[in-house]
Design a protein around this ligand. Structure first.
Ligand SMILES: C[S@@+](CC[C@H](N)C(=O)[O-])C[C@H]1O[C@@H](n2cnc3c(N)ncnc32)[C@H](O)[C@@H]1O
Length: 374
């Protein structure tokens, strides 16, 4: 049984000014995984309830955020009538059916289609959350000219929300390329402040977003200030003391690097380059990048989904996998964030997550302002 905790607006006459400043609007987190969204939102919003089906991720969530608000189990079994009323409902729903790299069965398929369960629960809540956020991979907008996104957009507008989507790439804050789509809906009973709305696309809107928006009648062009340039580089977050693969395996791994990439690496002056194993023309290769930024972390399912580092050690190149600590840094998790379990559990917890500074930026520059207005 879920306890009902109602969020009500605090009247300035009820409480002294210091307490008013402390009262944070509440949020619900669906598909909460290892809790990085909660981590990022917690300075701005107060967690009322979170849910995920994965016991290993639940361990990560609970050890970092406490067990009280977390409910392990399928979203299909959640009864909205038992949930607390909240200002914000967040859903980072499964991406497997929308990933451009995956089989892309679409937003009606069994995994990404769990987004409809989120909306079903929202329908059951006695008081609609004024703000909804859905987060997913860019495939949500890109494939099929935005037809997958359109279904979500229309489902939210039918429920009385005014909606717009945009892309935030974690690389704006962290040395990891990780573009993600954020769909933000505000209930029509709450007027968004004009400073949050643009009259056309801006830095937040990719070509795919603009294309999808052109086909929709009701669309909000959200506006936020552009963040300052990133200060962190991959060389700045890796653990230089972490052991490399033993010499023989390292040599075998380095032999997979295409000659052209090896030449670029030597010429780059870099001391570290990240890369993924891929199959090219029927042959396994280790392809590197040379911009001091990691590729997007993925969920480790096979050898090709874990990211390698090629590192210069005493004049020689050696190879190793990213450590779990490094994956956490690449997601912007605090150094104190705990990741219990084995190597693959920690890597998966981070590979599936949402980058902390991207969510924090969104919370600071858009969501808190919407919450104040609603
Ligand atoms: C993209 S991940 C979200 C990760 C999370 N926001 C984070 O920062 O760690 C999608 C999550 O959906 C969860 N999930 C999959 N099926 C589910 C279901 N039926 N009910 C609840 N959660 C589910 C997965 O365990 C996974 O953690």
């Amino acid at each position: 049984m879920v306890m009902t905790i109602r969020h009500r607006k605090v009247e300035s006459s009820d409480v002294p000014p210091a307490a008013t400043a402390l009262a944070k609007p509440g949020f619900l987190e669906f598909f909460a995984g290892s809790g990085l969204v909660s981590q990022a939102l917690s300075p701005y919003f107060s967690l009322l309830w979170a849910n995920d089906i994965c016991p290993k991720k639940a361990d990560v969530f609970r050890v970092n955020h406490g067990a009280e608000k977390f409910h392990l189990g399928s979203v299909t079994r959640v009864d909205g009538r038992e949930l607390p009323v909240a200002a914000l409902s967040w859903a980072s729903f499964p991406c497997q059916d929308l990933s451009l790299a995956g089989k892309s069965a679409g937003i009606q398929a069994s995994r990404s289609g769990l987004v409809w369960e989120w909306l079903r629960v929202m329908d059951e809540i006695p008081e609609a959350a004024p703000i909804l956020v859905a987060e997913n991979v860019v495939g949500l907008m890109a494939w099929d000219g935005g037809s997958q996104y359109r279904q979500l957009h229309e489902a939210m507008t039918e429920r009385g929300y005014r909606v717009g989507a945009f892309v935030l790439d974690a690389v704006r804050w962290l040395p990891q390329s990780r573009p993600r789509v954020f769909v933000v809906g505000v209930h029509k009973t709450a007027a968004p402040p004009t400073e949050l709305l643009d009259d056309g696309p801006n830095w937040l809107h990719s070509k795919a977003v603009i294309k999808a928006a052109q086909r929709l009648d009701d669309w909000l062009w959200w506006k936020m200030p552009e963040p300052a340039p990133r200060r962190l580089s991959l060389s700045g977050v890796i653990d230089w003391k972490a052991p490399c693969l033993d010499e023989a395996i390292s040599k075998k791994t380095l032999a997979l690097i295409p000659a052209e990439h090896m030449r670029r690496l030597q010429e780059s002056g870099l001391k570290v380059a990240p890369g993924y194993k891929r199959i090219r023309s029927g042959r396994q290769v280790l392809e590197l990048r040379f911009d001091d930024v990691a590729g997007c972390l993925r969920t480790p399912q096979g050898g090709s989904s874990r990211q390698y580092l090629v590192i210069r050690r005493r004049g020689n190149w050696r190879a190793r996998l990213l450590t779990v600590k490094e994956t956490a840094r690449l997601m912007g998790a605090p150094e104190t964030y705990r990741l219990p379990g084995k190597y693959n559990d920690g890597y998966k917890a981070m590979g599936d997550a949402v980058a902390v500074p991207a969510v924090a930026y969104l919370a600071e520059h858009l969501l808190t302002k919407l919450a104040t207005a609603s």
